[in-house]
Design a protein around this ligand. Sequence first.
Ligand code: COA
Length: 250
Amino acid sequence: MSDTILTQRAEGILTLTLNRPEKKNAFTHDMYEAATQALQQADADGDVRVVLLKGAGGIFTAGNDIGDFLEHPPTGEDSAVFQFLRALVRFSKPVVAAVEGPAVGIGTTMLLHCDYVLAGEKTRFHMPFVNLGLCAEGASSLLLPRVAGLALASELLMLGEPFDAATALRAGLINKVLPEATLHETALERARAFAARPAEALRVTKRLVRGPIRAEVEEALKREGAEFVQRLQSDEAREAFMSFMSRARK
Ligand code: COA
């Protein structure tokens, strides 16, 4: 059990809440490990039929914690961030996500591996990898061009500017945009709808939908991961991270 990844089980739904609102739910190494473990346990647990992902405090997540990245940079495929991404990619049951506030970095790319995503109308998505001296991750270099088209995927990944929920919808990253006031209630209702479907038929269908590109997705994770680990050591990344950290200290 972790304070920063809350888990709650009811009605066949495992709710995973990113809970570090004072740091905009930015992911630390420990959070990746706790989320990976929760997903793996949920996959093996017959009583869990669906996972509902959300963030505490009106925020989804500001992505990787930059200070934590400097202190414990991922070094290879077994690093916590990559284990988390693989656990999400391999998860065999439906994942519903309720996204609001900032959804930065992996907070946007992880949505490509969820099965049903609702976003509040004020959500700000952002994949600032290039601006941080980094590169695409979360298999976004493979999946985003497929769902958004090459033009929009290149714009969002290469210019790295924030974008709104309407653009996320157009990019195929999310299913629906809702007022923040009804977001969580609707996400829970949708999670209940998945939980009410025959579990095995859902697993088979998810496997049929995701299976044919699964090997490619895992290859993309490896390819991006190797570049990402290298980029983290670059002067470009160090400068960008130090600049964020010194701004944060002011
Ligand atoms: N890593 C570490 N700390 C982070 C963080 C991150 N990714 N995102 C936010 N924080 C911290 C801030 O440093 C600040 O800490 P402090 O109160 O101790 O100074 C706190 O969270 C609140 O953030 P703040 O920037 O003041 O909130 P905001 O509402 O003005 O902006 C964001 C929110 C998400 C737009 C902004 O924090 C941001 O751009 N964060 C960086 C996102 C990022 O680059 N992620 C990495 C992707 S690979």
